[in-house]
Design a protein. Sequence first.
Lengths: 323, 553, 303
Amino acid sequence: MQKNMSDTVQVKGRSQASAQDKRHTFWKRISRNWELYLLIAPAFLYFLIFHYGPMYGIQIAFKNFLPARGITDSPWVGFDHFIRFFNSYYFWDLIRNTLTISLYQLIVGFPLPILLALAFNEIRNGWFKRTVQTVTYAPHFISVVVMAGIIVTFLSPSTGIIVKMIEWMGFSSPAFLTDPAWFKTMYVLSGVWQSTGWGTIIYLAALSAVDPQLHEAAIVDGASRWRRIWSINIPTIIPTITILLILNVGSILGVGFEKILLLQNPLNMSSSDVIDTFVYRTGLLNVQYSFSTAVGLFNSVVNALLLIAVNQVARKTSEHSLW
Amino acid sequence: MKGSFRTHSGSSTSFFQRFKAPRTATLVLSIVLGTSLLAGCSSGSSEPQVGSAESAANVNKEGFPIVKEKITLSMMGPDVGMQNWKDMPAFQEMEKLSNISFKFENPPLDSFETKKNLVFASGEYPDIFYASSLTQADEVNYGSQGILLPLEDLIDNGYAPNLKKVLDENPAIRKSITTPDGHIYSLPVINQQSIWYRSPMWYNGDFLEALNVKEADLPKTTEELYDLLVRFRDEDPNGNGKKDEIPLASVKLDDVRSWLLGAWGIYGEDIYNDANGKVHFARTEDGYREFLTYMNRLWSEKLLDHETFSQTPDQKKAKGASNQLGLFQDWHAYFTHGGKPTTKDPMFIPVKSDAVDKPAVAIHPGLSTGAFAITESNPAPEASLRWVDYMYSYDGAMLFDKGPEGLIYETVNKEDHTKKWKPLPSEYNSREDYRGTLTPNYGTPAPTLLSPDLQKGLKEDFDLWVDKQNEEKILAYDPQPPFPILYLTPEEQSEISSLRADMDTYIQQMEAKFVTGQEPLSGWDNYLATVKQMGSDRIIEIYQAAYDRWKNS
Amino acid sequence: MAAVIKESRSDRIFLLLNYVYLAIALICVLYPLVYIVSASISSPTYVNSGEMWLFPKGITFEGYQRVFENQSIWQGYANTILYTVVGTLVNLLVTIPAAYALSRSDFVGRGFFMAMFLVTMFFSGGLIPTYLLVKNLGLVNTMWALILPGAASVWNIIVARTFFQSTIPKELQEAAHIDGCTNLRLFWKIVIPLSAPIIAVMALFYGVGHWNSYFNALVYLNDESKYPLQMVLRQILVLQEMTGSGIGAATSGEAAMAMNQRADSAALLKYAVIIVSTLPIIAVYPFLQRYFVQGVMIGSVKG
């Protein structure tokens, strides 16, 4: 009701406005909401000082950085580091592995927290709910080293419990740890195990915004639980889902190196080597700040372009997007 | 892209200048300019003046104290988490002797590298790096920029009498610690105790006993070794009725490779030189192909652990503890077996193939560089050098190896340096735990001269047995270090690192494939062509040049 | 409320399946967790050989003993709690207002701010310039070096903004304006009370981040008495990681022996450290869960 009223007021105002008035309303909008600038000021200052301040460091991607000479005085080398990366024998392998691991992770790992959160939402608050929620959340805190250790122990061909279970059921177990075909599955599923519970949190918060009156009304109308999830709960969390999906696409080239490095071996390398492990290895030989920065910059540019593209799609097809 | 980054940094500058007080403006200027201001002070002076009349005047060239007026310097070194450096008796004793005290900065060992790089980048250097594992690239880069001081003049002018004596007696050490521009920027660990280039391999004594193999009958050729491994596999030497023996254990082959490569006359697993001064790259040698063929045979007959490429060292150890391993590598065999030191497990005797007359055996080079350096911020380089020089004498090495006399050991005979252990205080689990609280030279590469004298009288029966094994099974084979310790120029260094980035990955993958049979040995020519295409010849060329330079210096 | 109405048959089946699904999830996750707890008190040989697979075998408390014999651990706990509490407060003070401002469609310049924030998600100057900045601001070796450089995360701001956009009814804002309510008042009196779930989530995300972080401490702190828990635990683990295959030129026979002794407890320590460092933060979670209950917020407005 009020919304409609204010809309008409605006429309009326706009149609009558001259150019001068337009500027007038612009300033009016700013001055009316000046307090919002106060609210955003701390974040603005923070990003300006702590992110834009050091941003000049990116130039070392185009330089041969010598720590003692400092960032500004190191010699320029243009695109040398990028060319070296593109010319790497493994360049296309790295891109392919990075993309497939990321997409695999996205396809399997993204929907599961949503399902789990919806399931949690259906049951009453009691010890069972609290227990399951806390237990599924706990693996998030296991360090990568221990996580990798557990994976190797569970999948060891001679003693691993999972291998033994498969053999006990009468099958012959695949060589999970050394077969390149299994690496990505091993990596992604262990990640799902570790992070699904943690991932539900954000959806649970979003679900808490569902208006209980809607449910009551739907129940009165005889809607089943399934129906209510579908037409009340899911639409409520759709904005969150969309935004998280866009953000995830924006980090598709960053897989992280620690866990992969710990699970990598010469036999599965053809499917396990990703951009981040490559950079890590190259850096080990010699502290190559410039080269790592260049590869990082390449990743960022690609990620940023993907994010922009996905956001455009989201803008066109839904009402939720980053901007 | 480039343009937009510039804009960002530009806008932040103007923001700061507009909104902050003038004092901050200079600060911001230095943020934006990075370390250039600091670097500007030092670069350009290609032959920096080391020390000054003033700092030298305070120093006694002989005896203690080192300085007449007490001075305090800052020192950076890695912390292994046993004891704060300022509370270590070795430093406290040394301060009393020398009149030099220290302010310590000790990042944990595993993050030392990160901190060290930040220290260089930020321009706030400690006066001294101790046990710092400076890389050769660090030394060459920071040395040429004047951040690390050249030490050779001070050494030759009498501020390091003990070290000078060692260098004069061993010209090869001097060659190895001198960078291509002719300066010495760091002092080394000189280790006359170490023999092993890699920890040795050991036979399982229980297995040998069960199969009735005497130590004298241990394999001396690759075929004999093969036969013994087959017996380990088939004759149930651990007597549990199960066929669970693993004749040869390994983790990614890194542990056994260099020992077995010797059977085909190859001294090291990477770059090595032969007696004629020719540099080789092991991974493209014919002998390496023979090694791969042999390992593939061991693999396909289940003589080499099929978990070689996937297991962790801990898992290998667990197999050793349940008495499944026949031949394995470790520092001592009982580390893998568990339990107390035992002389039951004999050391592997180098084996040879038909291709050579005698096996090639590698020995520890006895030296590692980058252990100690003095920076340009040090107000007393002469005193600092005299301080560290003490570590290259018997007394100083002893002080920093075992702590002050009377704590963990006491001298029995002052003349011939015989010592004995003192009883261990009850709060410590082992002598090493105690030693780690006395001195920083515990698990860190500290500047010192580790002579055999340091251990005189302190060796136990087990140590003497190991010495004898070394004598018979390593030293008797005319061992040589695979490659001398030498410096590359920054250009050589960066060319090598960019060539090796892909090549090492490829070699590592192909080795695993050849050994496990995923790639037949007929693929060798292809492999060789690819490695050459990736620049192996160029790598050999660079190292050959560096070797010649080293040899002729 | 809803529970008064009797569930239909299909709903009961649905609910049953739902419980089964959650039970399976519980078991899948629980087993490795039990394994970790068991491994932290079992002899490492049994753990590494796979003989210990559920219940502890060769029980030993050496791992915990080693952790707690280190005196700095309590100091570490105290520091971590301080850094987490202060850090999270700063995070919330920066994030929540910014997210709210960005959620307002009538906020002029919102596109500019979004773009400015988003760019930092992809491009950063790297460690060295950031270190120099922190150093020049005089923050090195203070608590603020751990807090200010991470005062907000774009990701969290966006998530919070999305929450505000989809849950704070526009009508509410407009009504407030018409009533002459200022933006600050609106934010403080109406938006904040309505946002308990997102504030709880943000507190959790940031808090856990502070609790687990060690890298900033490693880079910016020199004084060991200021080390947070994770740094103390890392220091305990360092010695164990020195083991390896004895390739290092500097290790003497004696050092190798000491490291071997410690290697036995290394595996134990690895698991014990996980438990010691995460139990407190896991214990916090059930308390936060009550903020996620459906209907908390709308109920509070309309009710």
